[in-house]
Design a protein around this ligand. Structure first.
Ligand SMILES: [Zn+2]
Ligand SMILES: [Zn+2]
Length: 668
């Protein structure tokens, strides 16, 4: 019997490509890109074959045989492997750790029962292969121009679709899709959206427009069985439109011809743990590798993308008008909370506006990005406050649930009857979350139908969708919610948006806070008046003269972005600087800092600035102390070269501190 050597990437924290022996006649070897089952340590694991060799560096006695090759599954393509290799190199993670988690869990099992079942199910599905669009609405001239530019683009073409809220970006995407599909009957199109709760609306839209095509969705709330089926449909090239959240960027799409990224500025495109990748950035790389167009859409593009459009790297397409006839952008007014003192969090001006909407039978939305009843419970006689014992954070009062909850480590306690330090029974909630605003509204407007939508009210699967449906059906007069309600939704009867407490972000240490606040305010303001009803947005603030609010009032993203870019340039911040962040976690802060000091001194560089370690703003989470060290350079290649050498040096430190490296961090 003769053998070949399979080099297999496995999902391990070690630098994970391993050699295995596989019995086969010459010319009958498995293919690169196939999955294989192997023994790894004491467990069985599935990995992907990344190379096939005749010999191995591993001594023959130590070489194990692979257990099985998944022949029923077509190999992952060389292009897919190249994407995984790029991501691994760019984010400085082991190849297997990048490649494997992108695959459905059911593909990574020891048995093939689930795989075989899914393949059988797929084989029974009929291919309709009819890309003829249906029910396509007429576009206005701006939309037409944009759709033609995307649909007609050849080769790698990054396009920034900059369109005000309600300008009908979705229609532009869909008509561009229709053009691509008309030209290439086998084409696959990947549409990325930031949040799962936005997909039902878009999914329904795609199905109506392309009734003859197979659509696959890929997001984290699918069951494992569904995810397997959808992933396979994409892998086989049979699903023609793939609609997904960030993880979908790593799926196998052999006939990919167009990528659409909706709300490209949204921070949820960034994975915040494990492999901290940016799905948007990987998508641009993937489009470049395949030589296909990619469209990035937003009303408030990220400064990175805006900068690329200004410098000509991206082609800019603009939608300045709202798509619905006579729909204009809402009027934005600032309400000075110093003069108009709020009652239960609501100023007189906002209460008056709410009353008007109720009388007119129109809907209102109150936006407060803070869930719970109050951010902290305190004792006024001794100064006790509800700290979390495990985190540098307060425990949030959740009155309806009778709990104090830490939003960082999920510690839960019953609300104390009296002060734990002095016994005072009169404990006071301080500040205001969505639950408290809801309570105040109910007291002031007992006849109104009030609905709160936040992470607490939508814990059950499907409850978020049910809540949004009831708003769409007009069963809600006043909607109160966190950022969950700010994005994407097209509420036809909504004519008033009230923003309750945006000021804190103005003075954040995070240099991206103002970019985010502006995007958030424009997004939430954009929920109003989309169907042509006259509408307004009231922002309650103590800092009414702040230039950020001025820009929001004028709906002036261009000006805001160019001012902010000038500031970033002067302060040498991204997108003029490339950054990476080394984080360390330890039971004691001094240990984490000591490790980072060693890391700082491990490697000298003339092209990269290595800063001093500092504790993270939220130093302790779940009894773990956290510190970080920033490295930066004005050259991306210089930073990358440094990181490659640095990661080797860090591994050689053999510290027991848990550390992780993040390239292009969003939160510093
Ligand atoms: Zn007390
Ligand atoms: Zn905690």
């Amino acid at each position: 019997m003769s053998y070949c050597i399979l080099q297999i990437a496995l999902d391990t924290p070690l630098d994970g490509v391993f050699d295995y022996r596989w019995p086969c006649e010459p010319g009958d070897e498995p293919a690169v890109g196939q999955l294989a089952l192997v023994n790894f340590g004491r467990r069985e694991a599935v990995g992907v074959i990344v190379a096939i060799r005749q010999d191995s560096q591993v001594p023959a006695g130590k070489l194990k045989d692979a257990l099985a090759v998944r022949n029923q599954l077509a190999p992952l393509s060389g292009q897919w492997l190249a994407l995984a290799r790029f991501a691994a190199a760019y984010y400085h993670r082991p190849l297997g750790e990048v490649a494997m988690p992108g695959l459905p869990k059911n593909l990574r099992l020891s048995t093939t029962v689930a795989l075989d079942r899914a393949l059988k199910k797929l084989a029974k599905l009929e291919d309709t292969h009819d890309a003829t669009p249906a029910n396509m609405p007429a576009l206005n001239p701006e939309q037409r121009q944009a759709a033609d530019a995307i649909g007609g683009a050849q080769g790698f073409t990054p396009l920034l679709l900059y369109g005000v809220t309600g300008s009908g970006k979705t229609e532009v995407y869909l008509q561009a899709c229709a053009q691509v599909l008309a030209r290439d009957p086998d084409a696959q199109i990947l549409v990325l959206v930031p949040e799962i709760n936005l997909t039902p609306q878009l999914e329904a839209n795609i199905r109506t427009r392309f009734p003859g095509l197979m659509l696959a969705t890929l997001h984290s709330s699918l069951s494992e069985g569904e995810r397997m089926l959808h992933w396979l449909a994409a892998h086989q090239g049979r699903a023609r439109i793939i609609l997904g959240t960030r993880l979908a960027i790593l799926s196998s799409l052999p006939k990919l011809k167009l990528i659409v990224i909706d709300e490209e500025h949204d921070p949820s495109y960034k994975q915040q743990e494990g492999l901290r990748y940016s799905a948007r950035d990987l998508a641009v790389w993937r489009a470049h590798q395949l030589g296909i167009p990619i469209v990035l859409g937003s009303a408030t593009p990220s400064l990175e993308s805006w900068h690329h459009a200004q410098t000509g790297r991206y082609r800019k397409l603009e939608l300045r008008e709202r798509a619905v006839r006579d729909a204009v952008l809402p009027r934005v007014r600032l309400v000075d909370m110093e003069r108009d003192k709020p009652k239960d969090g609501l100023t007189g001006a906002l209460l008056h506006a709410l009353r008007q909407r109720l009388e007119a039978g129109e809907q209102s939305l109150l936006f407060l990005n803070r869930r719970g009843y109050a951010p902290v419970l305190c004792c006024e006689s001794c100064g006790w406050i509800s700290n979390c014992t495990r985190c540098t954070a307060n425990m949030v009062l959740h009155r309806p649930e009778h709990r104090l909850r830490c939003h960082h480590c999920s510690l839960e306690l019953r609300i104390p009857h009296s002060c734990p330090t002095c016994g005072n029974i009169d404990l006071q909630p301080l500040g205001r979350g969505t639950q408290r605003v809801e309570e105040g509204l109910q007291a002031m407007f007992p006849q109104a139908r009030i609905l709160r939508i936040d992470a607490d009210s939508t814990r059950r699967k499907g409850s978020a969708q049910a809540a949004f449906d009831s708003v769409h059906r007009g069963e809600v007069d006043i909607l109160i919610g966190t950022q969950m309600v700010a994005k994407g939704h097209d509420f036809k009867k909504l004519t008033l948006v009230g923003v309750l407490n945006p000021d804190t972000a103005l003075f954040s240490q995070d240099y991206r806070a103002s970019e985010r606040l502006f995007a958030q305010l424009m997004q939430v303001a954009g929920r109003a008046g989309r169907a042509g009803l006259e509408s307004e947005v009231l922002i309650q603030s103590r800092y009414c003269t702040h230039p950020l609010y001025g820009a929001v009032m004028r709906h002036d993203y261009d000006r805001f972005a160019s001012d902010l870019l000038a500031e970033r340039h002067q302060a040498a911040l991204p997108p003029y600087m490339y950054q990476a962040l080394l984080r360390a976690e330890a039971p004691e802060l001094a240990i984490a800092i000591a490790f980072l000091e060693q890391a700082r001194d491990a490697l000298a560089s003339s092209t990269v600035t290595i800063n001093d370690p500092i504790p993270m703003t939220m130093t302790r989470v779940h009894n773990v102390e956290r510190a970080q060290l920033l490295v930066e350079s004005n050259s991306r290649p210089a930073l990358q070269a440094f990181l490659t050498a640095w990661v080797d040096a860090l591994r050689a430190l053999k510290s027991r501190v848990r550390w992780s490296l993040e390239v292009d961090p969003l939160d510093i």
